[in-house]
Every structure is written in structure tokens, then in C-alpha cells.
Design a protein around this ligand. Structure first.
Ligand SMILES: Cc1cc2nc3c(=O)[nH]c(=O)nc-3n(C[C@H](O)[C@H](O)[C@H](O)COP(=O)(O)O)c2cc1C
Length: 202
């Protein structure tokens, strides 16, 4: 597949078929992920694949909890919240055969000194986010759908995800990616802003 086709064909997919994703396919995605740039060459990312049904179910519950907190945080009217809750629990929104949680180890660092804590974290998160983008583009090529889940970073939920992953406290959750074969053909969302709108040539 041409790069352009993958970039323009990617869109967030939130409904998946039950069909499992083979382990080798997941490794192909992660092989693409780890080719991303990584600040100071740190590679302090960790990809935890949740495929055992009982673990995937627990992670799904945490995603649903995070989404409800998100709806509250954006002051969504109660009736709309209830519709979205039904989309999750009845229609299976976000229910995927497998989830990849992406973490970084804050103990693995390059800059010395507390004054660089924030910058080091930012660089590591940025690196992991680039890895996630690679994974998502590779997924398009392999006919898989993905969506970046950030709501599992609400305070308290991130800790639950980390514990479920069996990782110690130095691990910081960057995002959770549900992965599966899309229920319907993904139609990329239109952008409100064009490249020209957001670019300045100086
Ligand atoms: C950092 C980040 C966090 C996100 N978190 C969520 C999330 O928690 N739940 C969700 O449904 N989508 C989430 N998204 C997906 C965005 O809503 C989506 O990318 C955006 O609406 C544009 O749509 P597109 O991906 O189809 O182009 C997240 C995206 C990013 C980059």
C-alpha cells in the first residue's frame, strides 16, 4: 500500500468484528511502531497486548468508565450521555478483540537532573505517540481498525490500567489502542481546517 493511501485512509474506528487478530499480525504492528523516532534514542516504550478475554474485558470496562468521565467533563446533557452509554454497553462501541496499551518507563531517562523531569516526560510521550501513529498506519495497510484512547489517562483510571498490565509505578500510560477488523468500511472524517488554514510561510 502507498503511504498516501494509508495516511488518507486512516480514521478512528470504534466498532469491531469479533474476529481475533493473530499474534503475528500484532507483532507486525509493533514492529512498525518501534521504527518511530525516539528522543535521545531512549526507546523507553512498552507495548502491552491485552488479548486474554478476561483482561480485555477489564480494560474495556476502564475505557467505558473513562468515556463516561469524559462526557461529564465536557458537560454533555444527561440524555446524550445515556445514548452514548447504550452505544458502549449495548452496541459494543470500543469492544475490540485486542487492545494495546502503550506505556513509557520514566526511570529510563537521558537528561540528568530533576529540572528536566517535565521535558523528559514530554519527549518520551511524544516519542510513544509517534510510535502509535506508525502502528495505526500499518493497521490500515493490514485492513485493521484502531482508535487512540486517551480517556484512560483520567486520574485513577491510568493506575488501574497500569496494574492490569502488571507494571510498576515508574510506567506512565500514554494511550490504549483497541485493534480489530472494522464492522463497517471506515470512512475517513473530513477535516474542518485545511493545510493552508493552519500553515504560515515566513
Ligand atoms: C491523544 C488522543 C486521544 C484520544 N482519545 C480518544 C478517546 O479517549 N476516545 C475516542 O473515542 N477517541 C479518542 N481520540 C480520537 C479522536 O477523537 C479522533 O482522532 C478525532 O476525532 C479525529 O477523527 P479521525 O481519527 O477519524 O480522523 C483521541 C485521539 C488522540 C490523538
Amino acid at each position: 500500500m502507498e503511504l498516501d493511501e494509508a495516511i488518507n485512509g486512516r480514521t478512528s474506528v470504534r466498532y469491531f468484528r469479533e474476529e481475533p487478530v493473530p499474534g503475528e499480525t500484532l507483532l507486525e504492528l509493533i514492529r512498525a511502531a518501534v521504527r518511530a523516532p525516539t528522543a535521545s534514542g531512549l526507546e523507553n516504550w512498552r507495548f502491552i497486548v491485552f488479548e486474554r478475554p478476561e483482561l480485555a474485558e477489564k480494560l474495556y470496562e476502564l475505557i467505558a468508565e473513562g468515556m463516561m468521565e469524559y462526557y461529564r467533563a465536557v458537560n454533555l446533557p444527561v440524555d446524550k450521555m445515556e445514548k452514548l452509554r447504550a452505544r458502549m454497553y449495548e452496541d459494543g462501541m470500543y469492544r475490540a478483540p485486542v487492545y494495546v496499551a502503550v506505556f513509557l518507563d520514566r526511570n529510563v531517562r537521558f537528561l540528568k537532573g530533576r529540572e528536566y523531569d517535565e521535558l523528559e516526560l514530554l519527549w518520551s510521550v511524544e516519542s510513544a505517540a509517534m510510535a502509535i501513529q506508525n502502528l495505526m498506519l500499518k493497521a490500515v495497510e493490514l485492513g485493521l481498525g484502531t482508535v487512540y484512547i486517551g480517556v484512560t489517562n483520567f486520574r485513577g483510571i491510568d493506575d488501574e490500567v497500569r496494574k492490569l498490565a502488571g507494571l510498576k509505578e515508574s510506567y506512565y500510560l500514554v494511550g490504549v489502542i483497541p485493534i480489530g477488523y472494522p464492522r463497517a468500511d471506515p470512512t475517513p472524517r473530513k477535516r474542518r481546517k485545511s493545510a493552508e488554514d493552519v500553515t504560515e510561510f515566513l
